[in-house]
Design a protein around this ligand. Structure first.
Ligand code: ACM
Ligand code: ZN
Length: 736
């Protein structure tokens, strides 16, 4: 208390002594290193007139088109833009002098000059025909400012990739990390191995349809050249030794078992990976890399290295022989050896290797740069060992995650340089990762934007200029630019909150849609399980009563413009909702599922186990009892359970529903093995199972118990680790 009073007094004092200078802020993202405004403005109502030094004439035409791309046919007095080469400046640095009679750019290289033109283009878009005069100095904080685009889980058209490159350049990003090989699809044409794309680029979906595609060498060269003009380096990722099922589908001899297999259509981590014991597999990869290096002139090649289960290697005589021959201890050291072989091959060809942080396991190969994704520790460890690192932790950089887990403010708060490593020079930068399992091409932009805008500033601007409320103000005008560039951006944060409580009748809920961001509008409708729409349009902020079980679907708008797919809230108005509960288990901090009342609150868990509704425990049994307001005729009881074995979430091995008129005499019995015993499933599904029993008796108390099935089975990657149970919710159908 004392401390905050003191701080408040200090703030008052500061406010009194240091009046804020009347300098107009520069409406630019990413924020420049410095901006020194002067009084006048520069009229830019006319066409741009570029004066480019002779050495850079090759870029002149492209630069001119880039600068005027948003503003064709301007009729005022021509605007002079003189570009000067300043060899002492860093490659990406630039300075802009904006005067009433024209603009001068100084830059160390075409790279810096291009950034200067991008700054002008951005300022012009929101500048209303004039720019503020002043001196701007700018240079990036980090060299590696990347976006990973996973064009494997869902194929993305070459034109879409180019458009993404444009948007990266407009945000002064520097790298497109192009994820080109995966379990679910091989996307890069390789002359020596045509089946990689003839077979490996295509998969049959669960519904029988075909999905796929690949980039021809000509398309790739075109994209790489397109990116180079925009000063974006394309770094290809060729995944090894895991995430390689598509290659194994094309050439089964690449794997340990040699068995034929399909290109899988669902997601997860697969056990079949490249065999590390066969020289032929290594020779294959080196040939692939030869062709990849020929296509991509980048300094780095990304070799993946993540999520490679070792079960096949442990059972493979060839892999075991390699372990013995090379004097290795185990399969982790075999992975390190395998990646080391590839790393040495790349190095011999003048390239450097990037790998996901798993490449630290079993020993980090010489010269490798680590991309840290499971938190920041991988990057930190790499730097401690004298290696470079790129930071893209799931906590801030996974743009496939919904805004519920990573919103704009969280991305803006990302600090790529962990404490102790400031100024080490070993953190090359960061990346946003756009995995596409749940995002086919039409959804990608709504996940990447607006979050990439925040990341662009984090990676470019000096930390001293970082200020969330200032960024928010600049973001408002940046939306004008995103609109002009026709970016199909998504939400900054969860746009709307649902509030709900027990209704006037005991099997109804009163719900209210509450906007959680400015500019949000929309309407909802309640759709019963049988598809029947039972409500009138639900308006924002009004209280509506719903009855029965179904989905509340809310179509949202931002500033009057429709925003993507409706939000869905599974709800059940039932007699058990908001009645007194007793839990047998303790609430887990990670999955509290809305706390004590969460298993009887009318809101049901969805197909997303992170939706906040699911209540979970690890290695424990779970149980809940509900005391109803009064004895009623209970028709049936039901409970949802979640299954996602890859995430250690298993179905219970026994369950019991019970009911009682008095809390002493209980009916109902254990239901042993309500589900088939868990088995290894290469296409591990995430699904919600429903358990239900008819009752047909008068009861005041109802309960549900679920027994944990014990540790993860032998065949599981996490064999012997405790499994999770996920529940939501105990639905009581009956007549009040
Ligand atoms: C990763 O997300 N598996 C790198
Ligand atoms: Zn093998």
């Amino acid at each position: 208390m004392e401390k905050s009073v003191l701080l408040f007094a200090f703030a008052l004092l500061l406010g009194a002594c240091a009046p804020v200078a009347e300098t107009p802020p520069l409406d630019l993202i990413p924020h420049p290193t410095s901006w020194d405004p002067s009084q006048n403005t520069c009229d830019i109502s006319g066409a741009w007139e570029l004066d480019v030094p002779t050495e850079w004439h090759a870029d002149r035409r492209f630069w001119s088109n880039w600068l005027s791309a948003d503003s064709g046919g301007k009729e005022g007095k021509a605007v002079s833009v003189i570009i000067k080469q300043s060899p002492a400046m860093e490659s990406e640095a630039y300075a802009l002098a904006i005067r009433p009679d024209g603009i001068t750019i100084e830059a160390g290289s075409t790279h810096g000059a291009f950034h200067a033109l991008t700054t002008l283009r951005s300022l012009a878009l929101t500048g209303d025909g004039a720019l503020p005069c002043g001196n701007l100095a700018d240079a990036p904080r980090f060299a590696h400012r990347g976006l990973l685009l996973d064009c494997c889980r869902h194929f993305m058209e070459p034109e879409f990739v180019k458009r993404t490159i444009d948007l990266l350049a407009l945000h002064k990003m520097s790298v497109l990390h192009w994820h080109l090989t995966e379990d679910q699809g091989w996307r890069v044409e390789i002359d020596a191995y045509p089946e990689l794309t003839q077979k490996g680029a295509w998969r049959t979906q669960a519904d029988g349809s075909r999905h796929g595609g690949f980039y021809t060498k000509e398309q790739i060269r075109d994209i790489v050249a397109y990116a180079a003009e925009r000063h974006i380096e394309v770094i290809a990722e060729i995944e090894l030794p895991g995430h390689s099922r598509a290659a194994l589908a094309a050439y089964p001899w690449l794997g340990c078992t040699g068995e034929a297999m399909e290109v899988p259509h669902d997601w997860g981590v697969f056990k079949d990976i490249y065999c590390a014991g066969q020289d032929t597999t290594l020779a294959f990869l080196k040939t692939v890399l030869d062709e990849v290096m020929e296509l991509f002139p980048s300094e780095y090649i990304h070799i993946g290295g993540d999520e490679a289960p070792k079960v096949r290697w442990e059972q493979c005589p060839k892999c075991q022989k390699r372990i013995a021959d090379e004097g290795l201890h185990d399969a982790h050291e075999l992975q390190s050896w395998f990646i080391g072989e590839i790393g040495r091959y790349l190095e011999a060809h003048g390239r450097k290797m990037i790998g996901w942080d798993e490449i630290l396991e079993g020993g980090l190969p010489a010269g490798a740069t680590v991309q840290s994704w499971r938190g920041m520790d991988g990057g930190r460890d790499a730097v401690a060992m004298g290696h470079d690192a790129i930071m893209s932790p799931t906590s801030h950089c996974y743009f496939d995650y919904p805004v519920e887990s990573t919103d704009l403010e969280e991305v803006y708060g990302f600090e790529p340089e962990p404490e102790g490593l400031e100024g080490s020079g070993r953190i090359l930068g960061g990346e946003c990762n756009m995995w596409s399992e749940r995002a086919p091409q039409p959804l990608v932009e709504s996940k990447v934007f607006p979050r990439l805008v925040a990341m662009a500033e984090v990676l470019w601007s000096p930390p001293t200029t970082r200020n969330w409320s200032d960024f928010q103000a600049r973001m408002e005008s940046h939306y004008t630019r995103l609109d002009a560039w026709e970016v199909a951006y998504g939400w900054e944060t969860v746009p709307m909150a649902l509030e709900w409580e027990r209704g006037a009748t005991s099997n109804s809920l009163d719900v209210q849609l509450v906007p959680a961001m400015s500019g949000v509008g929309g309407t909802g409708r309640f759709v019963l399980q049988n598809g029947q729409v039972v409500s009138d349009a639900l308006d924002m902020e009004e209280v509506h009563t719903i009855q029965g079980e179904g989905k509340l679907q809310v179509a949202l708008t931002r500033k009057g413009v429709s925003m993507g797919e409706p939000l869905t809230f599974p709800l059940a108005g039932h007699v058990g909702a908001f009645q007194r509960v007793e839990l047998d288990h303790s609430i887990n901090a990670y999955y509290p599922g809305r706390g004590e009342q969460g298993l009887a609150d009318g809101r049901l868990g969805s197909l997303d186990f992170r939706d906040g509704s699911w209540q979970a425990t690890q290695g424990e049994h779970m149980g809940i009892a509900v005391e109803l307001e009064a004895p009623i005729e209970v028709d049936s009881l039901s409970m949802q359970v979640y299954r996602y074995q890859d995430a250690w979430i298993f179905l219970p091995d026994s369950v019991r529903f019970q009911w009682s008129p008095d809390g002493e005499h209980w009916d109902g019995e254990w239901w042993v093995q309500p589900f088939a015993a868990p088995t290894f499933d290469p296409n591990d599904a995430q699904d919600v199972q429903r358990l239900a029993v008819p009752v047909g008796e008068t009861a005041r108390w109802v309960r549900f118990e679920a027994r944990n099935p014990g540790p993860c089975p032998e065949w599981h990657d996490a064999a012997s680790s405790a499994t999770w149970l996920f529940l939501d919710e105990l639905v009581v159908h009956g007549q009040p």
